[in-house]
Write a protein that binds this ligand. Sequence first.
Ligand code: AVI
Length: 320
Amino acid sequence: GVVRNLRQVSADDAGIDIAFRADVHAGLSQNPKAIPARWFYDATGSALFEDITTLPEYYPTRSETDLLTRHAADMAAAIGPGRAVVELGSGSSTKTPLLLGAIAPAAYVPVDISGDFLRDSSAALAARFPGLPIYPVEADFTQRVDLPREICPLPKLGFFPGSTIGNMVARTAIDLLRHWRATLGDGSLLLIGIDRIKDIAILERAYDDPAGVTAAFNLNLLERINRELGGDLPVENFVHRAVWNDIYARIEMHLVAACDMEFTVDGHRYAMAAGETIHSENSHKYGPRDANLLLRAGGWTPIATWDDADPAFALILAEA
Ligand code: AVI
């Protein structure tokens, strides 16, 4: 394949720094404290997330890969050839070859906030799929993205694997679906990965593994604040917690203060009492009807579901 020029739509480093600083100060000033999960993914956090996806307890990656492998022919029949595949948050793109190999696409457009990931994964895919034009776009897919002009005439398939939509509250998830409905346009399809509600013990173990990789991933947020914002948070006095919230049907990750403490982040003082938490992530899970309702609220009509993985996970195909 041929990798076209990388398109950059993202904020520069200074912009990211300003947004991180603002979110951290706002989040530590509110009660209860909360910092958006998007700030997990610096280089260390992204590497730790890749490690999480290989843990025996973290089933979503395995279940989704299993579905893509076993049902590739069915999916190809439902999607048809000749589409431009637009992948949201392509990251290291490990599941992408399974899809691209099955459906005979006309082009591939990975959209990711990390230019480094994009460059590496685009080069690897180009070698694997000779003849496939690849148009990497470096951008935050939660914001407005202009697609490369060359793919405009092609019918599109949005590909949003990994159940990343689960990290958004319902309102934000619906806004994102509507925004991509408008960007991909009439006649487009969406193939989206959504994690299912299941036994709470399985869910909680997936987010609190015995090897402590998820704990390290969560605690890295505090290290990142210390590294990038000149904080002095006592990271060793925080404990990782993953807990199921049944009202919101989500796993919540928190950073729990093990003792009373005070710390500063770039000159601002904060205090936490023992047991107080910083809420650092939501991972929403959806039953079959919940998932269909979410998609319809976002402007997409579900037309096929593959969800026979164990532990359960769903790949849903929807049309604009
Ligand atoms: C990226 N996202 C779908 C992961 C999830 O399962 O919610 C992030 C994650 N957090 C802890 N483990 C994995």
